[in-house]
Ligand binder design. Structure first.
Ligand SMILES: NC(=O)c1ccc[n+]([C@@H]2O[C@H](COP(=O)([O-])OP(=O)(O)OC[C@H]3O[C@@H](n4cnc5c(N)ncnc54)[C@H](OP(=O)(O)O)[C@@H]3O)[C@@H](O)[C@H]2O)c1
Length: 381
């Protein structure tokens, strides 16, 4: 049904709408929620028709290629994330009650365009310009100005996940402290997607990293993996929190002070990072995976004049003009040059030709259930 439309010739309709279909209407499906709570209990599948012959001049219809499950998507459905789409009866056609479409990140392909669309053409890849786009869907009717064209040299997974994790790593290593070659930064949650991107970006600039990870049975395997992507040192949470081990770390620094800490975890792990910072160093907290608060030893705050800040890429989109597009352009270059390599994903592939509402819902419920054991991505073919 859906994929077959792409193989047909581009049709020019009387209203100057260009599309990859001889069908005038397609069935779109979206994962929606109507109230806040645990995502697996709240999400539903909603299907509706998009009439390809009735596009306004600046509208485009896109088909999803891939969308990840990010912690912030889960927090939005739980109602605990500060930036959320409104729950509205107007979110989609034919809703039975006010709802929001889940998902903030994803890669789409253009399948129909209105008569005055200038920057996108049929088959182009694109991602949302802003958060709260509602990416957990098969198709979407959009305005051209809600989308950014994306380079098709990237892999589908890289393009679908470019806007949040690698972009956050790029901004945290670029906007806050001037890090020169041979400088050091320290981070916890180093095996997260943000952490792994930070390791690679730092390595490409000659910057050293101390990477804190949770201990586990196969810790040597994880260390080997992080060293292979460019980590300078990898230590466990226990070593991060140990006063004795700090002497060992000092011996690595060769008289240099650590300028920047990236905190994904909070609790004692964050305090361990803070203790390692040099004078006037900066701790950026971007995640709270342990759900524990960040505690700053008073003496360090006073006598080391530390900068303890939050990092939120969504906040930067609003406060730093063009930061979204500029960052995506820079991260695209880092991917193309091989600095940022493929991340690991647990992929679920769905066939749009035969997809049902129940199958789409089940795929997202399973991905949500598995989201603690690795990054999940839903792909459509
Ligand atoms: N502020 C922002 O703008 C921004 C942007 C992007 C991401 N984030 C946040 O960054 C964090 C990581 O996101 P991601 O997508 O990169 O995640 P991810 O790839 O799914 O990785 C999650 C990481 O968290 C670690 N972790 C999970 N539970 C933990 C716990 N209880 N204590 C310590 N570590 C724990 C995991 O450690 P193991 O490797 O040991 O499993 C893993 O490395 C999330 O909190 C996300 O919301 C924030």
């Amino acid at each position: 049904m859906f994929t077959s439309i792409f193989t047909r010739a581009i049709k020019q309709s009387p209203a100057s709408i260009r599309m990859m279909s001889t069908n005038s209407s397609i069935t779109a499906r979206a994962i929606i929620y109507s109230s806040y709570g645990e995502p697996i209990d709240e999400i539903k599948c909603h299907s509706y028709n998009i009439n390809l012959n009735e596009l306004n001049e600046n509208q485009v219809v896109v088909q999803s290629l891939a969308t990840p499950i990010n912690p912030s998507d889960i927090n939005q459905i739980q109602g605990v994330y500060p930036s959320r789409p409104s729950i509205s009866i107007d979110s989609l056609p034919n809703l039975l009650k006010p709802s929001s479409v889940s998902g903030n990140e994803g890669l789409f392909k253009v399948i129909a365009i209105g008569s005055n669309v200038k920057n996108l053409k049929i088959n182009d890849w694109c991602i949302p310009l802003n958060v709260n786009y509602g990416t957990w869907c098969t198709h979407k009717l959009s305005n051209e100005n809600e989308l950014i064209k994306i380079n098709e040299n990237l892999s589908i997974n890289q393009a679908a996940t470019i806007a949040v994790n690698p972009s956050s790593a790029y901004q945290m290593l670029t906007y806050y402290e001037k890090l020169n070659p041979d400088d050091w930064f320290v981070q916890n949650g180093a095996n997260s997607q943000v952490g792994r991107a930070a390791i690679q970006i730092a390595k490409s600039r000659g910057i050293n990293s101390i990477n804190v990870v949770r201990n586990r049975d196969n810790i040597d395997e994880l260390k080997k993996d992080l060293y292979s992507i460019g980590a300078t040192k990898v230590i466990t949470d226990e070593e991060n929190e140990s006063k004795e081990f700090s002497k060992e770390i000092k011996s690595w620094l060769n008289g240099k002070e650590i300028k920047l800490g990236l905190n994904c975890v909070g609790g004692p792990s964050a305090t361990g990072l803070i203790r390692k910072l040099g004078n006037s160093g900066t701790l950026l907290t971007y995640g709270g995976m342990s759900m524990k608060p960040v505690t700053v030893p008073t003496g360090l705050l006073i006598f080391k004049n530390l900068n303890i800040k939050g990092f939120w890429i969504t906040g930067n989109i609003k406060s730093i003009p063009n930061s979204r597009i500029d960052t995506i352009n820079e991260v695209t270059k880092l991917i193309e040059s091989g600095v940022l390599t493929e991340q690991k994903y647990n992929e679920t592939e769905l066939n749009l030709d035969s997809l049902t509402d129940d199958q789409l819902l089940e795929a997202f419920i399973n991905a949500l259930k598995n989201s603690k054991s690795g990054k999940q991505i839903i792909k459509f073919n």
